[in-house]
Design a protein around this ligand. Structure first.
Ligand code: ATP
Ligand code: MG
Length: 462
């Protein structure tokens, strides 16, 4: 992939380099990399020994870097874009690192905006809602600084900027000044060995920001890299700390797994390492879940972002399916109650909107209707609904993934005469009378009066 060559990086002086305060590692060194990484000279790979050509870089990102450079600042392509270009993948975005301060960047680009409260960075906007992030090199704030100011604008040197990042593969820089790659953390070697390594002590870095545990599994799956044994052990040891992480950030990373098509691998792995129960609140792990997620993942990658309600249904259907035999003769209240109890912990934990939960409940209920079979009252009306179509599509994916239940959708594809349906409906209705009686004590539905979603479903599904 790369012919690397070690040499001192010339000209890395920056305003932050000249600021002794910025250089000081500070008392927050608990989260810092080991001494070797702190002090070693970076590996600099010249243009003729790596595969990143300017033709692979977004032209707007190039023009930003050139303008920064022409105005006397450093300008590096940073983070995921360098990693992805090195392994021949199209980067999702092109982030730029520089020693220019946010105000200086803003003055260079007319259509730019300084954003961020705690740490300011600049968005340079282009037509068609395109945004490129330009971020001043920063360092991990010391614990003392965190206490005093929050993580505000702790600018740093390029080296410090590399060391604050999560994995060595995510900490490589591409320098527009001479088209070289700069590696402060051994990322090139790790990439060549297909090793995902945490920068610094994984135990401390995971404690410092538990979201990194999920990111470790995500990048290991995305890149097909082996998770470094030290990181794996630290993940096992700190799994329960994931509940301390910001749920918003976790939700973003989690839902990203479905878009990237790595949900099955990551969640299965998180189960093996003890992260799953803390991360997936109320979702039951099972072989069928991994299979279903695998089938969803196989369809990912076309740029479509799966809807949250669909993800929620996917996460819970294997568990509903496991209970199906005992639910087939139950009444609507009971089934709704079971579904509600199943869906609530995860959707409440991650603050999914009520519409998301409603749609997931509706799809799960429609799947139960499919399994209950034909001949029930309201069948023709049900078959005209969007939720019927969605449930049939879902069932197809489920059958392919699990190898189970293809007869269920076949039954619904078979033509049924109105007469047959009427007879069936009468038969069901007789049983239904018992259903509509007072539900048994332990099987009553939710204590609250039925919400709009349930009322709508009752109108149609009885
Ligand atoms: P993607 O292709 O998903 O955008 P990425 O590597 O660009 O991958 P981002 O989440 O966009 O990932 O983050 C950008 C960069 O910021 C990462 O490459 C990494 O260097 C750094 N980073 C992100 N999250 C963390 C974190 N929790 N701790 C340390 N560094 C992080
Ligand atoms: Mg990114």
């Amino acid at each position: 992939m790369i012919a690397s060559q070690s040499s001192a990086q010339d000209g890395l002086e920056s305003p932050a380099d000249q600021n002794p305060a910025a250089e000081s590692p500070g008392p927050g060194t608990a989260c810092r990399p080991n001494g070797a990484e702190q002090d070693a000279e970076p590996v600099v790979v010249p243009r003729d020994r790596h595969p990143i050509s300017r033709s692979l870089i977004d032209p707007d990102a190039l023009s930003i870097m050139y303008r920064l450079r022409n105005n006397g600042y450093k300008a590096y392509l940073v983070g995921g874009s360098v990693r992805d270009l090195l392994i021949g993948k199209q980067p999702k975005d092109f982030d730029i690192g520089t020693d220019a301060r946010p105000g200086q960047i803003h003055r260079l680009f007319r259509s730019s905006f300084i954003i961020g409260k705690r740490f300011k960075l600049v968005h340079v906007r282009f037509p068609r809602n395109k945004v490129i992030e330009v971020i001043t090199f920063r360092r991990a704030p010391s614990t003392d600084e965190l206490d005093r100011y929050g993580a505000e604008n702790t600018f740093g040197t390029p080296r410090q900027d590399a060391l604050r990042r999560d994995f060595t593969a995510n900490a490589l820089f591409y320098d527009i000044a001479n088209y070289s790659i700069i590696d402060y953390v051994g990322g090139l070697r790790d990439m060549q060995e297909r090793n995902l390594r945490v920068i610094g002590d994984p135990d401390l870095r995971f404690k410092e920001d538990p979201v990194r545990m999920l990111r470790a599994l995500e990048f290991s799956a995305r890149l097909g890299f082996t998770l470094d044994p030290a990181a794996e052990a630290a993940l096992r040891g700190n799994a329960s700390l994931i509940t301390d992480a910001s749920r918003m950030r976790l939700k973003e990373e989690l839902f990203n797994l479905f878009t990237l098509g790595v949900s099955s691998e990551v969640l299965r792995r998180s189960h093996d390492l003890g992260l799953f129960p803390h991360l997936m609140q109320g979702v039951a792990p099972s072989e069928n879940l991994w299979k279903l997620l695998g089938a969803m993942d196989a369809n990912a990658g076309d740029g479509r972002i799966p809807e949250a309600w669909f993800i929620l249904t996917t996460l819970h259907f294997p568990s509903l399916h496991a209970q199906m035999p005992s639910l087939l003769n139950e009444n609507l209240d009971t089934v709704l109650h079971v579904i509600e109890t199943m869906v609530a912990p995860f959707s409440t934990y991650y603050g999914l909107g009520s519409q998301t939960s409603h749609l997931a409940r509706e799809l799960l209920l429609s799947l139960w209707r499919l399994y209950r079979g034909r001949g029930c009252r309201g069948e023709f009306k049900f078959m005209k609904r969007e939720s019927y179509r969605l449930a049939m599509d879902f069932l197809k994916i489920w059958s392919c993934a699990s190898g189970l239940d293809s007869h269920v959708s076949e039954e619904w594809h078979a033509p049924v005469s109105k007469e047959g349906a009427r007879q069936g409906a009468q038969g069901r209705r007789r049983r239904g009378r018992r259903w509509r009686g007072k539900p048994r004590e332990e099987k009553t539905g939710p204590q609250d009066p039925p919400g709009f979603a349930e009322q709508e479903m009752r109108k149609d599904i009885t």
